[in-house]
Write a protein that binds this ligand. Structure first.
Ligand code: ATP
Ligand code: MG
Length: 572
C-alpha cells in the first residue's frame, strides 16, 4: 500500500467524520478507522498516523458544503450512511447486542412487491443497520404452484430501488434436504406423523378436537410412510406435527409441516415433490440462518406457539420473534392476493399500473423511494392494526420532491387565445422559485397563446388577467374565439394569473390515479382519469422518469413513449 492509497482512504473517513460533525473531522476517530483498515496489511500506526494527520488538516480547511460535495464524489456510500442514521429512529430491540443482530426479509417469489412488503423490508433492513448487524434476503419459495422464476429478480430489483442492500441472499428451496432430515428427526422422536386423512377430515378433526387414526401409528410405520412419501410411492398424505388437538390455539392442533406438490418448481424443477409449509420452513430457516430478530405481521400471532414448539422439539435456537401490524391503505389493495385478480381481470393495466401500491406502480406515479422509507418509519412498528390514507405517503413525497423538481407550464384542455398588439418577447424563466441551480429556460412569445379551458370559461369581455410571468391581457371577445389585447405589465391585485403555452408546445396526456376501491370496497370504475393538454417546449429536455411540477396543477412523472409524452400525476 502506498502513502497515496493510505491518504485516499484517510480522506474518505475524514470527510465522513467531518460531515457528521459539522465540518470538523476529529483526528482520533479518523486514525482509528484508518488503522483498522491497514493494520491487517502490516502497516504500523507510526507509519499511518502522520499521513492521517496531514489529511485531516487539509479536510478541515474546507467548508461543510465543500466537504459534502467531495465526499459525494469520492465515497457517496459514506454520505448516505450518515443521512440514514440521522433520519431513522426505531425503538430498541429486546436482547439486541451491537454487531450481533441478524434480520431477514422473506418474500415469496409469487408476485411483485408492494408498499406493505416495503414496510417489512425497510424495518428489517434498518434494524440490521442500527445494530451494525446483518440483513438476509430469503426467498421463501416453497410453493411451486405459485412461485415463478421472474419474481426472484423482480423482487431484488424492487428492493434495490428502495435502497435496500442485503448481506446474504438465498432460497429456502435450496435447503429441502436439510428440512427432510429434521422432519425425520421429529418422526423418530414421535413428534410428527404421516396423516392420510382427506383435507376435509383433517379440518373436521381440528374443529371437533379429535385425533385421527393416523396419529396412533408407531414410529417405524411413520418412518416408512415418510420415506414412501419422499420417494413418490405414497400420495394423498401430509406430515403433521404432533401438537395438541385439544389446544385452545387452533394453530397447535397438529399443523401440517409437509405436503405433496407435484408441480415443477421454478428453480428446483422436479427434484422435489414434498414441500414444507410456512410453519415449518419459517421457523427452521429463521433459526438455522442465525436470524436473531425476525419480524412477522400480527396475523401470524396464533402461529407463534407452533413456531417455538417446533424449534423446541428440534433442539434449535429460538429467535426473538417480533411483530408489527400489517400495513393497510384506504381504497388500495396492499396484498398480492388482492392485486393479482385485478390484473387477471384486466381492471388495471399490469403490476405497474399507477393506481396500485406495488413498488413499480408507485415508482411510475412519481413516488420516490426516500418517501416510502420516511412513510414507513413514521408509522413505526406498532401492533395496532389501522388503515391509513395514501395522503401520508404523498406528503412525505412532496417534502422530498418539492425542493428538487423543475416547474413547468402545463395547459390542460387548452383554448386558443389571440392577443392584438402583442409584441414578440423572449423571456427567461427560472425552473425553480428558490433553487437557482435548477437553471432556467428561454420562452419566445408572439400573439398566439393557449390557456386552460377552465380559466377561459371564467373570462368575460372587459376582464383583465395576467399571463403568468409575462404581461396583462384584457379580454375583447369571447364569442368568435378568445381574443384579447395587451394591457401592460403592472401587477394588478386580485387579477387571475394563468399558465400558458405558445404555438410551440408539446402534447401531453396526463393520467390521474384515484383510489381503486370506494368506501364500501367496490371497484371504482372512475379510478383513472385522463387529461390532455399542452406543455411548454422545455418538457422536451425532461427525461423519462423525471418528476416535474406542472404549475398550479401538480407533480407529475414524465414518460416519453412512442405514442407521445405521458405524465403520471403524483399529487398536488
Ligand atoms: P400478500 O398478502 O401480499 O401475498 P404475503 O405475506 O403473503 O402478503 P410474502 O411475500 O409472504 O407476502 O411477504 C413477505 C413479508 O412481507 C412477510 O414478512 C410479510 O409479513 C410482509 N408483508 C406482506 N404484506 C404486508 C403488509 N401489508 N404490511 C406489512 N408487511 C407485509
Ligand atoms: Mg406469504
Amino acid at each position: 500500500m502506498t502513502n497515496d492509497e493510505i491518504a485516499q482512504t484517510a480522506r474518505k473517513y475524514a470527510l465522513q467524520n467531518a460531515v457528521q460533525f459539522n465540518g470538523s473531522a476529529q483526528l482520533k476517530a479518523v486514525i482509528g478507522k484508518v488503522i483498522g483498515t491497514f493494520q491487517k496489511q502490516g502497516h504500523s500506526p507510526d507509519e499511518l498516523i502522520p499521513v492521517v494527520q496531514s489529511v485531516v488538516k487539509e479536510i478541515n480547511t474546507l467548508s461543510l458544503d465543500e466537504q459534502k460535495q467531495m465526499l459525494q464524489r469520492l465515497a457517496p456510500e459514506l454520505l448516505e450512511k450518515k443521512k440514514k442514521i440521522r433520519d431513522f429512529s426505531l425503538p430498541d430491540l429486546p436482547g439486541a447486542i451491537n454487531g450481533e443482530v441478524v434480520t431477514r426479509f422473506p418474500p415469496e417469489p409469487n408476485g411483485y412487491l408492494h408498499i406493505g412488503h416495503a414496510k417489512a423490508a425497510i424495518v428489517d433492513y434498518q434494524y440490521a443497520k442500527k445494530y451494525d448487524g446483518r440483513f438476509i434476503l430469503r426467498f421463501d419459495d416453497t410453493n411451486p404452484e405459485k412461485d415463478e422464476e421472474e419474481f426472484y429478480d423482480a423482487q431484488k430489483e424492487d428492493l434495490r430501488w428502495l435502497g435496500i442492500q442485503w448481506d446474504e441472499v438465498y432460497n429456502t428451496s435450496d435447503h429441502l434436504v436439510l428440512h427432510y432430515r429434521l422432519a425425520h428427526q421429529l418422526i423418530e422422536q414421535g413428534d410428527a406423523y404421516v396423516c392420510r386423512c382427506s383435507a376435509e377430515e383433517i379440518k373436521k378433526g381440528r374443529f371437533n378436537q379429535t385425533d385421527c387414526a393416523c396419529r396412533g401409528y408407531d414410529t417405524a410405520g411413520n418412518i416408512e410412510m415418510w420415506e414412501r412419501m419422499l420417494n413418490g410411492s405414497l400420495d394423498q398424505c401430509v406430515l403433521r406435527l404432533k401438537g395438541d388437538m385439544r389446544s385452545v390455539n387452533t394453530a397447535m392442533r397438529d399443523p401440517t409441516l409437509f405436503r405433496i406438490i407435484t408441480t415443477p418448481h421454478p428453480i428446483q424443477k422436479d427434484r422435489y415433490h414434498v414441500w414444507p409449509t410456512y410453519d415449518f420452513a419459517g421457523a427452521v430457516e429463521d433459526s438455522l440462518s442465525g436470524v436473531t430478530h425476525p419480524f412477522r405481521t400480527k396475523e401470524y400471532e396464533l402461529r407463534d406457539e407452533c413456531y417455538f414448539y417446533l424449534l423446541d422439539k428440534l433442539g434449535l435456537r429460538k429467535p426473538h420473534l417480533m411483530e408489527f401490524a400489517r400495513l393497510s391503505i384506504e381504497g388500495m389493495p396492499v396484498s398480492k392476493r388482492k392485486i393479482k385478480p385485478l390484473i387477471d381481470e384486466g381492471l388495471v393495466s399490469g403490476y405497474d399500473d399507477i393506481r396500485l401500491p406495488t413498488l413499480r406502480g408507485l415508482q411510475r406515479r412519481g413516488i420516490v423511494p426516500e418517501a416510502i422509507k420516511q412513510f414507513v418509519l413514521s408509522q413505526g412498528i406498532s401492533k395496532v392494526e389501522s388503515t391509513v390514507t395514501f395522503s401520508l405517503v404523498e406528503s412525505e413525497n412532496r417534502k422530498i420532491i418539492d425542493i428538487r423538481s423543475k416547474r413547468l407550464f402545463f395547459v390542460p384542455e387548452p383554448i386558443r387565445l389571440t392577443v392584438d398588439n402583442a409584441m414578440e418577447k423572449s423571456i427567461t424563466l427560472p425552473f425553480h422559485p428558490t433553487d437557482g441551480s435548477l437553471g432556467s429556460r428561454l420562452v419566445h412569445t408572439s400573439d398566439t397563446f393557449f390557456i386552460p379551458s377552465d380559466d377561459a370559461r371564467k373570462l368575460h369581455k372587459g376582464d383583465i388577467f395576467r399571463l403568468k410571468d409575462l404581461y396583462n391581457v384584457e379580454i375583447k371577445d369571447t364569442v368568435n374565439g378568445l381574443q384579447g389585447s395587451y394591457a401592460g405589465t403592472d401587477l394588478l391585485q386580485e387579477s387571475l394569473k394563468i399558465q400558458w403555452t405558445t404555438n410551440d408546445h408539446i402534447d401531453v396526456t396526463v393520467y390521474i390515479p384515484d383510489l381503486l376501491y370506494t368506501k364500501d370496497d367496490v371497484y371504482n370504475a372512475d379510478s383513472l382519469r385522463k387529461v390532455s393538454g399542452y406543455a411548454e417546449m422545455a418538457l422536451k429536455e425532461i427525461r423519462t422518469g423525471d418528476i416535474v411540477q406542472f404549475e398550479r396543477f401538480g407533480f407529475v412523472r414524465i414518460e416519453h413513449t412512442s405514442k407521445g409524452t405521458i405524465a403520471n400525476f403524483s399529487h398536488r
